[in-house]
Design a binder for this molecule. Sequence first.
Ligand SMILES: Cc1cc2nc3c(=O)[nH]c(=O)nc-3n(C[C@H](O)[C@H](O)[C@H](O)COP(=O)(O)OP(=O)(O)OC[C@H]3O[C@@H](n4cnc5c(N)ncnc54)[C@H](O)[C@@H]3O)c2cc1C
Length: 543
Amino acid sequence: MLEQAILAWKEVLGPEHVVRDAQSLQSAGSATFKTSQQIPAIIRPSTRAEVQECLRIATRFEIPVYPISGGKNWGYGSRVPVADGCVLMELARMNQILNFSEELGYVTLEPGVTQGQLFDFLQERKSGLWMDATGSSREASMIGNTLERGFGHTPYGDHFANVCGFEVVLPSGEILETGSARFQNNCAAEVYRPGLGPSLDGLFSQSNFGVVTRMTFWLMPAPEAFQAFFFRCDNEDALPGVIDALRPLRLNGTLRSAIHVGNDYKVISGIQQYPWNETNHTTPLSIPLIRKLRKEMKFGAWNGSGAICGTEAQVRDGRRLVRAALTGKVTKLQFVNNRLLALGSRFAGASKYLTGWDLSKTMELAKPLFGLLQGVPTDKPLASVYWRKKTPIPEVMDPDRDGCGLQWVAPVAPLVGSNAQELADISSEILLRHGFEPQLSYTLLTERAMICIISIAYDRDVPGEDDRASACYSELEISLDARGYVPYRLGIQSMGKMRLEGPYADLLSTIKRTLDPASILSPGRYVSDGKNRPDKALRQHSR
Ligand SMILES: Cc1cc2nc3c(=O)[nH]c(=O)nc-3n(C[C@H](O)[C@H](O)[C@H](O)COP(=O)(O)OP(=O)(O)OC[C@H]3O[C@@H](n4cnc5c(N)ncnc54)[C@H](O)[C@@H]3O)c2cc1C
């Protein structure tokens, strides 16, 4: 059957877009943790019509396919499909920017459009609009990230909340459009998300119901005034107080950007690789040593960044409110605008003179963050994935190729200090016990919820490390779940472990069987077809 499907795909796409050489397949099957899935072929459609035809062929021959857009899903599985034996459908060739409105602030994209491509597009047009960018890389896909409900840093940081009008190819090859876009010639297709009747957009994120071939992203008008702020807390117990102090400002709209708070281990991995000499080549980095390093480099036990956007008056007022809220809770608070940052970069020492805080050591980290707060994509944070590598960071980074170990656990919590502290306590104890640094960050993504990103970063080339990291990951996932902390997104290694019971899961299985009776689309990705119940290690809340 596979060979027949391959022949049919070659006819539709041309033989050069059906890839079968061992090296490409092996590289597509590599992630930042151990995987065993075999990929028999990669198909590379370039149009919606080709996607339709490819899915019809997959359904006819019952060959599972796994669509990816940018394939930069590092830490969650990279390009590797959830199930074994899936043909990878790479959508990178579908990279057209289809529609753009400066006036209404939107852009309509195909799945191959990357963060870098959209940014350059806006720059070329001297647009007064900001996109939102993740800290992933310039090459990550706008649509791929949004389908995972990823997030960035600006007031439009919650990506899934700022999109509409999906065009989806169903496993049958049929095309479905969501929201207002489903009505032909609807003049509000790009601006009014719900359309009429039940809203379906959500069905196509974190699911396996269709291949998304188009999406409209809303863009934010650049604000009249912008102030980034950075703070650090030398006190290790400061986290809950800071979170509780920021919540009212998030709730009342003073802070509309996604605020990020990271611990010392997170910060140091963004500045340098593991200090092998100072640790005498032992791991993990001990608590006394991280304390010493943060003192030397002038970062805190907890470190935060955020921005105030608005009119000059709003920003002035916002500054006052942020200062009032954080006074007494943080060791140092610094507001930074473009002028101060430029000065700081040019005269690293002078920034200390100007601000009283030596930003020079953390400038490397502060600069890309400052850009991200204005929606400027960057490759810089990717270097942190080489934290435990003993080899230098290459010019062209590729964590899958370079054996960088990375597994992420990403629980959601209410925006409450005690929850932040509990997440830190549980994860720090487990990670250190398993021999890894607890690199933690919290994103105050919405007015009421925060997402904690816990990284397990390691070197896959160290024998046994993959297994040790996976054992740590499993314990962490189970312990957090037991305390009610459910992830906002899953790695492929967790998808088979979700307990799929209850009316919610049953309805999803019914939808899956209806749309994809041959189960050819991304089998096992978030939704089961209900035929094979996976094991029950993870509790699924279906109240
Ligand atoms: C250092 C670092 C920093 C990072 N920072 C962030 C961050 O700030 N925010 C964040 O959210 N993530 C972050 N990530 C994680 C990840 O790299 C990003 O989420 C990235 O955007 C995902 O890759 P992608 O956009 O290329 O999506 P893809 O890999 O293309 O897509 C992700 C998944 O979605 C599904 N999918 C993709 N396209 C389609 C389609 N068209 N139709 C149907 N299903 C599809 C597939 O199952 C695929 O596996 C970071 C990673 C690293 C290493």
